[in-house]
Design a protein around this ligand. Structure first.
Ligand SMILES: Cc1cc2nc3c(=O)[nH]c(=O)nc-3n(C[C@H](O)[C@H](O)[C@H](O)COP(=O)(O)O)c2cc1C
Length: 226
């Protein structure tokens, strides 16, 4: 990626490169967590980066539940094991065998777990910009999670997103109010190495799609030359 284009920017070339570097080197991490605790100041920095994400109508619908208790983690791990057994059943033959070999969570090994939730009722029933697409509250929460993921990466902290959980049971376990949506369960900890490519790409589950396959021009299905 050439970040040295002659367009004025308040970011220096080095700063631009640092941002793209964080984006390209971000990984979903499920193993090789170090037991080193995450200092409170570092965790707050990362959460503050998340808290500066864009949100529909500036509603900031997210909440971060920081979990360090081994007892709670063990209960979440049970939820994962249960959900994962069911998830494996949708695949057959070799695909199922490969699925079963994948490490898809790092709940117990990571020093910090964070459940990120979305409160659709935050700041009242009418949120600027959310009238036609109510799900924009969850989209906003995902923007916060991406900020967290990138900020953690530059701190040397791996983040693994675990979605293979029954979120109704997770809500009950973490005493999350009925109307609040659990959006992500994240495993976080320092790692001494990040994989150079997604684990699922490495094991041949799926390749990265070529960029040109995911860009249309002017309307659906139209390439640049059409
Ligand atoms: C919404 C969401 C849910 C995910 N859930 C899981 C999960 O349950 N288990 C897992 O191992 N990875 C999960 N991942 C990680 C993806 O598998 C990973 O992002 C993808 O393979 C690309 O790899 P990379 O993040 O290292 O670039 C999830 C990612 C996202 C964005």
């Amino acid at each position: 990626m050439n970040t040295n284009l002659a367009v004025p920017s308040e970011f220096t070339v080095e700063e631009k490169e640092a941002l793209y570097k964080a984006i390209y080197l971000r990984r979903d991490v499920r193993e090789h967590f170090l037991p080193t605790p995450i200092p409170e100041a570092v965790l707050r920095r990362v959460l503050d980066a998340a808290h500066h994400a864009g949100s529909v109508g500036f509603m900031q619908p997210w909440t971060f539940i920081v979990i360090r208790s081994n007892e709670i983690k063990a209960q979440v791990k049970e939820l994962f094991d249960q959900a994962n057994r069911e998830a494996a059943r949708v695949f057959e033959g070799e695909r199922r065998a490969l699925y079963s070999r994948l490490k898809l969570e790092g709940i117990l090994e990571s020093p910090v777990n964070i459940c990120v939730t979305c409160d659709p009722a935050r700041n009242g029933p009418h949120v600027l910009g959310r009238h036609t697409v109510p799900q924009t509250d969850v989209y906003s929460t995902c923007c916060a999670i991406q900020n967290l993921w990138l900020a953690a990466r530059v701190e040397g902290i791996g983040v693994g997103w675990v979605s293979i959980l029954d979120y109704t049971l997770l809500r009950r376990l973490l005493e999350i109010p009925e109307h609040v949506i659990p959006v992500a369960y994240l495993c976080m900890g320092f790692v001494d190495d990040f994989l150079p490519q997604p684990q699922l790409e490495k094991v041949g589950w799926l390749p990265r799609a070529p960029l040109d396959d995911v860009i249309f021009y002017e309307a659906w299905g139209k390439g640049n030359a059409d």
